[in-house]
Design a protein around this ligand. Structure first.
Ligand code: SF4
Length: 409
């Protein structure tokens, strides 16, 4: 990240001393019902160079076994009283590459959850993550018939050389035809993912990529910075000197160029990485950022009941074996400590458009608040304290400084 300058760097960040007395777990949603369900589909046809997710690379997707295992885990969690999900509002199939599942498996899964939760796809936001090359006309129609009403496309770039460099399995024209097929099938709510901050050697033109994305008139765009994760092909290339990652300055430049283009095109910046036309925010992702309850099914999926988090084992084979044996593939559970809860609350509040209430912010070190505002990193507006686009570039530092300042107690 960029140099954040004087007083912020003077803060001792290695410990979490006395913290402001904020209420813990102040959920917007106080209902005992779980309203948001995530289903993780771990399969991909090959691994992208930057990806460190726990995926299962498969030529043939074990679709029947996958669906049966997800249903078994769901039944186990319901029987054990873990959640009461009769008020489902969002269903999100993410991955991995969910669009690699045959259309009939997607139909079966979506139908199963809508039926068992007494919901209809007209009331529930049903999102499918898709790789552009999987979006045929037939698939798009089948997904729409199944109840999918929102598709998030992993476009990443419209430059063919960059997509090849990333080892993506699609070409730019796949994204264009995917958007057309989805619209023809009646799926109007579309999101495009784009990656920014690529190595300078690729000579990526972020404005050109953004312009091509905007020509497709998606309702939602997500912008992610490329990071070099250990144990990826990209990390090996960096170690060998074959690739030099983008500098912090280049990252900031890409992010701010993209931000400016999207704001001028009428998109609302409602979360660090996410932009939406009016009324087109991702309800599912907003639930995470609002600290709502959610359930997760599938390898590496997480759930949160308002007080406790659980997460499943990540490798597909281990997940399948555990679920078939006992119905349960939980790897761990944790209740947040007071410090963790505060950090999470501040982090979630500041990464979203909602910001923090001014009386909450008043409990932090006033010098830091004033300094952030003077630098144009944050502003007080309509009774709340928000980060600006410049502030979002420094979010980790800002949250750490606020929550570790001795004067914050
Ligand atoms: S498609 Fe997505 S999940 Fe699969 S390897 Fe590429 S980045 Fe990772």
């Amino acid at each position: 990240m960029l140099d954040i300058g004087n007083s912020w760097l003077d803060i001792e960040t290695s410990t979490l001393p006395s913290l402001p007395a904020l209420p813990l777990f102040p959920h917007n949603d106080l209902s005992p019902h779980m309203k948001h369900l995530y289903i993780h589909v771990p399969f991909c046809s090959r691994r992208c160079i930057y990806c460190d997710f726990s995926i299962a690379v498969r030529r043939e997707i074990p679709a029947r076994r996958y669906v049966a295992t997800i249903v078994r885990e769901y039944e186990h969690r319901k029987e054990s009283g873990e959640w009461d999900a009769d008020a489902l509002e969002t269903l999100y199939m993410g991955g991995g590459t969910p669009s690699l599942l045959p259309a009939e498996s997607i139909t079966e899964l979506v139908g199963f959850f809508l039926e068992h939760e007494g919901a209809s796809s007209t009331d529930v936001e049903v999102t499918l993550e898709a790789n552009p090359e999987n979006v045929t006309g037939a698939n798009a129609r089948a997904w729409a018939d199944a109840g999918v009403n929102r598709v998030s496309l992993g476009a990443q770039s419209f430059d063919p050389a960059i997509l090849r460099w990333m080892h993506r399995t699609h070409a730019p024209e796949h994204t264009v035809t995917a958007v057309r097929s989805l619209r023809d099938a009646g799926i109007e709510s579309l999101s495009l993912d784009l990656i920014v901050a690529l190595p300078a050697q690729l000579e990526r033109d972020i404005s050109r990529d953004l312009s091509q994305a905007l020509e497709l008139e998606p309702q939602h765009i997500s912008i992610y910075g490329l990071t070099v994760e250990p144990r990826t092909a990209l990390a090996r290339w960096v170690r060998r000197g074959k690739t030099i990652p983008a500098s912090d300055e280049a990252y900031a430049r890409d992010y701010l160029v993209a931000h400016d283009l999207l704001i001028r095109a009428g998109y609302e910046h409602y979360e660090v990485s996410n932009y939406a036309l009016e009324g087109r925010r991702s309800k599912h992702n907003c639930a995470y950022w609002d600290d709502s309850r959610y359930a997760g099914l599938g390898p590496s999926a997480h759930g949160f009941d308002g007080e406790e988090r659980y997460w499943n084992v990540a490798p597909w084979a281990q997940y399948e074996r555990m679920v078939l044996e006992s119905g349960d593939a939980t790897e761990g559970r944790e209740r947040l400590t007071r410090n963790q809860a505060l950090l999470e609350r501040v982090y979630l509040g500041l990464r979203g458009h909602g910001g923090l209430e001014l009386d909450e912010v008043a409990r932090f070190d006033a010098r830091l608040i004033a300094d952030a505002e003077e630098r144009g990193w944050a502003e007080a507006k309509s009774g709340r304290w928000h980060l600006t686009a410049l502030g979002w570039l420094r979010m980790d530092e800002i949250v750490t400084a606020l929550t570790t300042s001795p004067e914050g107690g």
